[in-house]
Structure formats: structure tokens, C-alpha cells
Design a protein around this ligand. Structure first.
Ligand code: NAD
Length: 275
């Protein structure tokens, strides 16, 4: 299909996982893509080779999206190579929240710095380019079901993701009349593991994962990166033109049934922990 023919898309954190899945689906639909990540490894080489094999351009852009200098370099390189930017997908994240009582200022600065502030300033730079280009554009940020409800030890991650949903609303209002839309996709329970091609058929089939999905998700399966990429594809194409300032939850109905929180035993010594 050629729903994105001639489009130039930059996807952050796309050497693996959901980001690589988005890059793959965009390229299958005719887009040239920029692969960004904090480091280049064989996963990055693989997705770049895969996209080139289907006849699309895939450029590499090492950058920490939490760093202003890196962001500037990434966008300068992307524009210099592709000549324009039509779609930005903010996807990069590195997160492992501690218990609320153990959140440090350093952790807050780290996670908010790349996964909220970084998304905002990547979006701002892309929007400035899109306004100069004069042909509209698409900003898509990957949020999460954690933006709506809490699981144990997800405070900062949840705040960041809720902030992205809200950012999309403000951007839609401030960018009125530019032809640029701003939306989020909120994934549910996605098997985004790195797998060798011969084990790709096991994606979503991991022991434990399957059981959890069957018990908690109305679709009776866990999600895969392509589920999220398909929603991004819709938003990125003309099909999604009238969707603006929204967060689309893509979770197989995970949240629909009001999933009960799992109880995680507290470490000894924490407030409320068993003696
Ligand atoms: N997997 C899930 O179940 C799930 C559920 C809800 C939301 N999400 C969201 O989907 C997105 C992708 O998740 P994933 O499961 O593919 O994760 P992942 O860890 O496989 O991929 C994230 C990528 O971002 C890169 N990255 C981290 N920090 C970066 C930085 N500062 N600059 C540039 N790149 C950086 C990592 O190196 C990694 O390659 C994230 O925004 C995540 O919050 C995932």
C-alpha cells in the first residue's frame, strides 16, 4: 500500500520494539524513515536493512532525546538528508519506576527530561519545520494505559504519559489552521521483545504473558508492535485528518473491564510492609 507515499517520518527510540514496528509499517506504506535511538546496535542495523530491503530510505540518527544539543543535531541531519519532515512519532523511553517513597529528584529529572520535556521539544522543532514547509504534518506521541490508571511503582511514568495526552490537546489548539494534527496512541499490554526472525511467530505467545492476556484482555491476546503501528498509520495518513488532540487507546479492551491492580509485596522496611 502507498498511504504514506512521499512522506518523511522520524520515529524516536526506533531501533527495536514498538518504534521499530512503527518504522516498518510506515515504510511498508511508502514513507522514508529516520531511525533514532540513544545507541546503535545490531537491532538498529536490522531494522535499517529491513526497510532498505523493501525499497525505502532509512537514515540513522543517534541522539538522546533528553538532550537539547542531540535533538538539534538529529533534526538538522534529518532535514538535511530528507529535505522535509512530515511525521514525527515520539516513542523513546527508558523507565523502571521505583516505589513512590524511593523516587529521587535525579530519577524525576531523567524520566521527565527525555520522555516528557524531550517529546515536547522534539514536537516543537518538527512543528516549526512543518509550518515553514506549509503542507501540514502529523505529531504522534506514544502514551500508555498508565496515563489513565495506576499500577504499582508507575508514578513518574504515569505522570509523564498523562502529560503527553494533555500536550496533544494544547498542541491541537495552538496549531489551529496549520494543517498539523497532534495525537497520542496509548498502548496496552504489548509484547515488544527483541526476537530473531525464526522466533517471530512466538511474539505474544510468551508463557505467562498469554495467560495474563487471556484472563485480563477482552481480545483474548496480548498486543504486538504492529497493533500500535497500525493506529499510528491511521493517524499519520489522510484517513486520520480529522482526528486532532486525541489519545487513542490500543489495548484490546484491557482497560474496558477495569483491570484489578496486581498486589506487589512491599520490601521490608517500606511504609505498610509486613513486619
Ligand atoms: N511495551 C508495552 O507494553 C508498552 C505499553 C504502553 C506503552 N508503551 C510505550 O511504547 C513506547 C515503546 O516501548 P517499547 O516497549 O517498544 O520499549 P523499548 O524499550 O523496546 O524501546 C524503547 C527504545 O527507546 C530507546 N531510548 C530510551 N531512551 C532514549 C533516549 N533518551 N533517546 C533516544 N532513545 C531512547 C531505547 O534505547 C529503546 O530502543 C514507549 O513510549 C513506551 O512507554 C509500551
Amino acid at each position: 500500500m502507498d498511504l504514506l507515499q512521499g512522506k518523511k517520518a522520524l520515529i524516536t527510540g526506533s531501533r527495536r520494539g514498538i518504534g521499530a514496528g512503527i518504522a516498518r509499517v510506515f515504510a511498508e506504506n511508502g514513507a522514508d524513515v529516520g531511525i533514532n535511538d540513544i545507541e546503535r546496535d545490531e537491532n538498529a542495523d536490522d531494522i535499517i536493512a529491513e526497510i532498505e530491503a523493501i525499497g525505502r530510505v532509512a537514515t540513522w540518527h543517534q541522539a538522546d532525546v533528553g538532550s537539547a544539543d542531540d535533538r538539534t543535531r538529529m533534526f538538522d541531519d534529518f532535514i538535511a538528508t530528507h529535505g522535509q519532515i512530515d511525521i514525527l512519532v515520539n516513542n523513546a523511553v527508558a523507565s523502571a519506576d521505583p516505589h513512590f517513597t524511593e523516587i529521587t529528584e535525579d530519577f524525576w529529572d531523567f524520566l521527565v527530561g527525555h520522555a516528557l520535556k524531550g517529546y515536547l521539544f522534539c514536537s516543537q522543532r518538527a512543528v516549526k519545520e512543518m509550518i515553514k514547509q506549509g503542507s501540514g504534518g502529523r505529531i504522534i506521541s506514544i502514551s500508555s494505559v498508565h496515563s489513565y490508571r495506576a499500577w504499582p511503582q508507575d508514578t513518574v511514568y504515569g505522570i509523564v504519559k498523562a502529560g503527553l495526552n494533555r500536550m496533544a490537546i494544547s498542541m491541537a489548539v495552538d496549531l489551529a489552521g496549520t494543517g498539523i494534527t497532534s495525537n497520542c496512541v496509548a498502548p496496552g499490554y504489548i509484547d515488544s521483545r527483541v526476537l530473531p526472525p525464526e522466533l517471530e511467530h512466538t511474539r505474544g505467545q510468551l508463557e505467562g504473558y498469554v495467560d495474563y492476556a487471556r484472563d485480563h484482555i477482552p481480545n483474548r491476546r496480548g498486543g504486538v508492535p504492529r497493533d500500535i503501528a497500525n493506529a499510528c498509520l491511521f493517524l499519520a495518513t489522510d484517513l486520520g485528518d480529522y482526528v486532532n488532540g486525541q489519545t487513542i487507546t490500543v489495548d484490546g479492551g484491557f482497560l474496558a473491564g477495569g483491570v484489578p491492580p496486581e498486589s506487589v509485596p512491599l520490601e521490608p522496611g517500606m511504609p505498610g510492609a509486613a513486619e
